[in-house]
Design a protein around this ligand. Structure first.
Ligand code: NAP
Ligand code: ZN
Length: 349
């Protein structure tokens, strides 16, 4: 018999959150059951339920930044025990056999990776996410949260942390390299902390100067605001790497102007509409324009261990189940400091 667990459910695009219950499957041999302590609110949750990326199948339970404690293990689980502190991010299944899975890039599985929500499991069931008190997941998609990171602070690392760690590592953030992080929200503030911990010279490019003190506290050596349009001229050819975390449309040519010749502009933000770019903006400087999608499971564990070693985590605002609707509006208005995490114990069945 599947078990029921309290969850925050949305029944349609405009509906308010409803506290109710959902079913979690019986444990398969390789499954673990996790008692969720906290779930982060990612802007992707909002894009999804507001149907900004296309139609969404309701009812839905979002949430792919999950931190908690193992409460039960299947008969063949080898890596986890009851009581272990663990996390689940954006993925809950993949084929495990294709060229991408075997190298730990499960997000690009040829069969199609199963997302934590808004996705169909290989058994045909719709996957439901982490705004709930329990989740059942194959141990292949579970990572260990180091003791040094509290669970509320750890939850956002499961998406915001890995989504910024992956491109910063791949595109060479490190000593002697200048990195700009555009947008200082959930992803952006983690990008600043991680790039600084990697040893790079970090500049924040925000819409306003209102978060300057925080940006500098997170390790930025410079902080600029695009409300001053001269910033694009002042920062011309200033960066080896520009990491764009903005959830809205941006003038990409202007940001490519900040990239040094041979440097890169990496998009992780996923705005609703297509973006355009002048070929000249790339060709005059042999610049790379690329994107980056979360990261695989080994990379997620590596990121968590890196964060523990460098004593960094997300800056969070804890909220209860009845505050999530208002929190969505605050995220869209760039008023979050810097990630909301839902205290799962507050969800009523
Ligand atoms: P968030 O907390 O809302 O942060 C986005 C930041 O973008 C805001 O804090 C704001 O920063 C800036 N911004 C917002 N509207 C803007 C506008 N109109 N013009 C310029 N800047 C604006 O969102 P998030 O959770 O970090 O997610 C950011 C984006 O990444 C979303 O689109 C999300 O879906 C996407 N995402 C992608 C992946 C991936 O795998 N690539 C994974 C997770 C999320 P300032 O206030 O500093 O200006
Ligand atoms: Zn996310």
């Amino acid at each position: 018999m599947p078990t029921t667990t309290p969850a925050l459910i949305l029944d349609s695009a405009g509906a308010p959150f409803r506290q109710g219950t959902i079913e979690r499957r019986d444990l398969r041999p390789d499954d673990v059951r996790i008692d969720i302590a906290f779930a982060g609110i990612c802007h992707s949750d909002i894009h999804t339920v507001r149907e900004e990326w296309g139609p969404c199948q309701f009812p839905i339970v979002t949430g792919h930044e999950i931190a908690g404690v193992v409460s039960e293990v299947g008969s063949e689980v080898v890596n986890y025990q009851v009581g272990d502190r663990v996390g689940v991010g954006c993925l809950v299944d993949s084929c495990g056999e294709c060229e991408y899975c075997v190298k730990g890039n499960e997000n690009f599985c040829t069969k199609g990776a199963v997302g934590t929500y808004a996705s169909v499991n290989y058994d045909g069931e719709i996957a439901q996410g982490g705004y709930s008190q329990q989740i059942v997941v194959s141990e292949r998609f579970v990572v260990r949260i180091p003791q040094a990171i509290p669970l509320d602070v750890a939850a956002p690392l499961l998406c915001a942390g890995i989504t910024t760690y992956t491109p910063l590592k791949r595109w060479g953030a490190g000593p002697g390299r200048s990195v700009a992080v555009v947008g200082m929200g959930g992803l952006g503030h983690m990008g600043v902390k991680i790039a600084a911990a990697m040893g790079a010279d970090v500049t924040v490019i925000s819409q306003t100067m209102s978060k300057e003190a925080d940006g500098r506290a997170y390790g930025a050596i410079d902080y600029r605001a695009t409300e001053n349009p001269q910033v694009f001229e002042e920062l011309r050819h200033a960066f080896d790497l520009v990491l764009c975390t903005v959830s809205a449309d941006l003038p990409l040519d202007a940001y490519l102007g900040m990239v040094k010749p041979f440097g890169s502009l990496v998009l992780v933000g996923l705005p609703e509409k297509p973006q355009t770019v002048e070929a000249f903006s790339l060709i005059l400087g042999d610049k790379v324009l690329t994107g980056s999608n979360i990261g695989g499971i080994p990379g997620t564990q590596e990121m968590l261990d890196f964060c523990a070693e460098h004593q960094i985590g997300a800056t969070v605002e804890r909220i209860g189940a009845d505050e999530v609707g208002a929190a969505y509006d605050k995220v869209v208005a760039s008023k979050v400091r810097y990630r909301f995490v839902i205290d799962s114990a507050t969800i009523k069945p």
